[in-house]
Design a protein around this ligand. Structure first.
Ligand code: XMP
Length: 516
């Protein structure tokens, strides 16, 4: 798709916001790709380029650590938007002057618009933006005009409308910049004249066509379904593309949530008519986990068991020379270094827990250019069931990392029942819409209780309920008192073996979302 759609090249100069810029551009309806400066020119050559965005970054144009940005990016004949460091680099490269300022400008800043036109079309007067810079542009390159200023930064927005070159000293991509989306919108549609045709409908159509072209008339694909949204949408795309030549494998490892296997079988086999093999490997996984309490060892054992089971199953398909994966864009770009060596390190993310390289199958990854929200849109467009589409993230090692201590069949059953109460009550109350994850954790702690007239000595369930944007950081969330009371009462009354429910009120960092 990237080969044909008109797109924006985002050059990552070391910012923490590269993905955010890309998401804003995509949300506005334009295709874009993020690349480090090292490969930017080559990529620009193969893209149907509509414009370039140079990101911010931590360096100073005078610093030893300044990224090596190719000057030819300013000679491609397309508009360029420099953000923060990107603006400083562009202005200096075109003959302007950048100076270190004594004071650092950080946080909310009010800027005064001097020219409410072109990049700032429709934005007049003063507006609040998010700044984070030390250096600033003190003399503009020839042909540039000043578009906005702040009290400490005389050139907050600059530009040469003739060439379509603009620089913003603030970060339009962050939501603290009140009119930031409009600035990006103006760049895309007024300055770059982008078509605004990036939608879930054409993402799906083009990805389906790409899979068809890659797999050909004869090829077959094996795909591990995890029950999560990524592998599910990848399966939908591949099924549209090659029908019964897609073979899905779902491994029931005994560490799944209540009803998970049934939902997957009902949706993919019964409803969508896909070739789905369910492998019941519960005994195998639980045997491997017997006596293991160390979290890392649990993860390793589960990962290895997945590989073995998957490899055995994949052997059944003689002609399956392709392996489908639900790899997402953030996984692909995460480890592309800004200053890195000659080859970018691309992390290969495996939904089925880490597959070996010697599988000798070619990878088919129809989601590798998409963000999670785009994946959901494509899934919805292709008619994927909402139960799968809106599923909360679930870790590859499943319930095992939510059972602190040994994983036994009995402890799995206990947690599964308690977790089902947590999720169904939260969903029934409609409280899940603002939550990232909400689940139960089984603790290796027994305590004394009283039920009826009898003393009990039973296990503890912790409730983990968090809000997050991407799972990298998270805040614990507080539910309505009544809802918490219902959840607690139901767990203690209905799940035999639990006599205490506690609430985890730790944020990430320093805690993690999962307990192991
Ligand atoms: P942590 O516990 O690191 O989790 O704060 C962050 C997010 O990642 C999910 N998670 C995993 N996802 N395989 C996955 O596919 C895993 O091994 C794994 N471990 C954690 C977790 O549920 C949360 O959303």
């Amino acid at each position: 798709m990237s080969e044909t759609a008109r797109g924006i090249l985002i050059v990552d100069l070391g910012t923490q916001y590269a993905q955010l810029i890309a998401r804003r551009v995509r949300e506005a309806g334009s295709w874009c790709e993020i690349h480090p400066p090292r490969t930017a020119l080559e990529v620009a050559g193969r893209m149907n380029l509509g414009g370039v965005i140079l990101s911010g970054g931590p360096a100073s144009v005078y610093g030893d650590d300044a990224p090596d940005v190719p000057g030819e990016l300013l000679e491609l004949g397309v508009p360029v938007l420099g953000i923060c460091y990107g603006m400083q680099w562009m202005c200096q490269s075109l003959g302007g002057t950048v100076e270190g300022s004594g004071e650092r400008e950080f946080g909310h800043t009010s800027i005064e618009v001097l020219r409410p036109e072109s990049l700032l079309e429709g934005i007049a007067g003063r507006t609040v933006v998010w700044m984070s810079h030390g250096d600033k542009v003190t003399r503009l390159p020839a042909g540039f005009a000043n578009y906005a200023q702040s009290d400490t930064c005389p050139h907050a927005v600059v530009g040469d409308a003739t060439r379509g070159f603009f620089g913003v000293q603030f970060h339009p991509e962050v939501s603290h910049s009140v009119r930031g989306s409009e600035v990006l919108h103006n760049f895309l549609f007024d300055v770059c004249q982008m078509p605004g045709d990036w939608s879930s409908e054409n993402i799906a159509t083009r990805e389906i066509a790409k899979v068809r072209a890659m797999v050909g008339e004869q090829g077959e694909v094996v795909l591990g379904l995890s029950g999560g949204v990524d592998s599910a949408v990848a399966a939908m795309i591949m099924h549209e593309a090659i029908g019964s030549r897609l073979h899905c494998i779902f491994v029931d490892n005994g560490l799944l949530r209540k009803g998970e296997r049934e939902v997957v079988e009902e949706e993919f086999r019964a409803h969508l008519g896909m070739d789905l093999t369910t492998v019941d490997a519960t005994d195998r996984f639980l045997d491997d986990l017997a006596g293991v309490t160390d979290p890392e060892l649990k993860r390793k054992r589960i990962g290895h068991a997945f590989i073995d089971v998957f490899r055995e199953e994949a052997k059944r398909f003689d002609h399956a020379n392709f392996l489908g994966q639900g790899t997402l864009y953030p996984d692909v770009i995460e480890s592309v270094a800004v200053h890195g060596g000659n080859t970018a390190t691309i992390k290969s993310h495996h939904n089925v827990g880490g597959l070996p390289d010697d599988l000798e199958m070619q990878l088919v990854e129809p989601l590798r250019e998409l963000f999670k929200d785009e994946v959901r849109k494509v899934g919805r467009h292709l008619g994927l069931d909402e139960r799968i589409l809106m599923r909360q993230p679930f870790p590859g090692p499943g319930l095992a990392v939510r059972i602190v201590g040994e994983v036994t069949p009995a402890r799995c059953a206990l947690l599964r029942d308690a977790d089902h109460i947590v999720t169904s009550e939260i969903q029934a109350a409609g409280a899940h819409e603002t939550l990232w994850q909400y689940f139960a954790v089984l603790l290796p702690v027994k305590s004394v209780g009283v039920m009826g007239d009898a003393r009990t000595y039973e296990s503890t369930i912790a409730l983990r309920i968090v809000e997050s944007q991407d799972g990298m950081t998270a805040d614990w969330a507080y539910l309505e008192h009544e809802l918490l009371r219902t959840i607690s009462n139901r767990i203690i009354n209905e799940v035999q073996g639990i006599n205490r429910v506690v609430l985890d009120i730790s944020s990430k960092p320093p805690s993690t979302i999962e307990w192991e």
